[in-house]
Structure formats: structure tokens, C-alpha cells
Design a protein around this ligand. Structure first.
Ligand code: PCO
Length: 187
């Protein structure tokens, strides 16, 4: 069974995470979720665990699972065990950190340890002004140069009321791309 690791950072688009997991579960795809501390503001991880019976990991788990030599290192185990990494939503802040190799939480340590010969999808989500800043293209291009595949943001009325590019791609688009990466058809 293919194993998808979803890494959720703190954009309001994190509210779409249950819908993505629901679709993948329906298709019998094993899914594991990793959340950044700030993204916990937007999602109810206990409900996700209960509703979909999946593992959800937070920064605290990194420290809880390691007590001494011989214990597994969570970010290494997670990056080894999954077939596909999906950065959804990818916030402006986490995209910037990944660009420079910063690994200061479970999510960015997984990205840093991920073997780039395995696929990575990333779904940026941010305010239109942030999206339009010239640094965004530089950072997106760098991720693409490593072989990561962008699922670009779309035009919507955003949470702050602004209208423009920056909303995370539709759940259906993301799920279709995941299936494609795993060589599964969308039926
Ligand atoms: C917040 N930023 C955003 C960008 C992400 N927004 C979105 C959509 C959602 C509703 O359809 C929230 C998923 O707007 O992806 O709103 C501050 S301006």
C-alpha cells in the first residue's frame, strides 16, 4: 500500500487537511500527517486521528520518541518510511525555511532528511501580496530545481478578504496529483 506523508504548515488553508485525508482514506492510501506547532491553530488533530485512524505527529513527538542511543529518530523514520511527501499547505514561512535548509521543527527536519529521488509535491498558500513578492518566485524555482513538483495556488477571495492568487489549490487537484505520482488512476 503506498504511504503518503502530508506535512502541514501554518496557512489558514490547513482547514482543508481533513478533506484531503478523507479523499485519500477513501482510496485506501495510507496517510500520515505531520503538523507544525502553529498549524495546530487551524486543525483539530485529535478529531483527525479519531475520524481517519491515522498517525498524526507534532514537534513534541520528536522529543517523546527519543530518550537515548538506539531509540528511533522520528524525522528520519518518517522520511524513510513514506513514498511521497506532500507539503500542503506550504506557508510562506516554511517555504523560506526549506529554501535555506533550516530544520528547526519536525516538519522541516523531515524535508531536510527526505531523499530527493522520492517525489515531493508542494502546495503554496499565502496572501496575494505575499505571493506577488519577488522572493516567492525565487523560492518556488529553487524547490522545482530540486525536482519538487508545484501544485500552484489559485485565485480566490482569501481569509483576510483580499481577492487574488494565493489560495491553496483545490483538494481535488491535490488528490489527483497525489494519485498520479503514485501511478494510481483516479476512479
Ligand atoms: C490568509 N491567507 C489565505 C491564503 C490561503 N487561503 C486559502 C483559501 C481557503 C478558503 O477557501 C482558506 C482554503 O482561501 O487557501 O487566505 C491571509 S490573507
Amino acid at each position: 500500500m503506498p504511504h503518503v506523508l502530508i506535512a502541514c504548515s501554518a496557512s489558514v488553508a490547513a482547514i482543508k487537511i481533513p478533506a484531503i485525508i478523507s479523499e485519500l482514506t477513501k482510496k485506501n492510501i495510507r496517510t500520515t500527517l505531520v503538523v507544525s506547532e502553529q498549524s495546530k491553530h487551524f486543525i483539530d488533530i485529535e478529531k483527525i486521528k479519531k475520524d481517519y485512524q491515522i498517525d498524526v505527529f507534532t514537534d513534541q513527538d520528536e522529543w517523546n520518541t527519543w530518550n537515548g542511543r538506539g531509540d528511533p529518530v522520528l524525522h528520519i523514520e518518517l522520511s524513510k518510511n513514506a513514498d511521497l511527501l506532500v507539503l500542503a499547505p506550504l506557508s510562506a514561512n516554511t517555504m523560506a525555511k526549506i529554501n535555506s535548509g533550516i530544520c528547526d521543527n519536525l516538519l522541516t527536519c523531515i524535508v531536510r532528511a527526505w531523499n530527493v529521488s522520492k517525489p515531493v509535491l508542494f502546495c503554496p498558500a499565502m496572501n496575494t501580496q505575499m505571493w506577488n513578492h519577488p522572493i516567492t518566485k525565487v523560492q518556488v524555482d529553487k524547490l522545482v530545481s530540486w525536482g519538487y513538483c508545484q501544485i500552484p495556488p489559485i485565485v480566490k477571495t482569501l481569509m483576510c478578504g483580499d481577492h487574488g492568487v494565493g489560495a491553496m489549490a483545490e483538494v481535488e487537484t491535490i488528490v489527483t496529483q497525489i494519485l498520479k505520482e503514485l501511478n494510481l488512476s483516479n476512479f
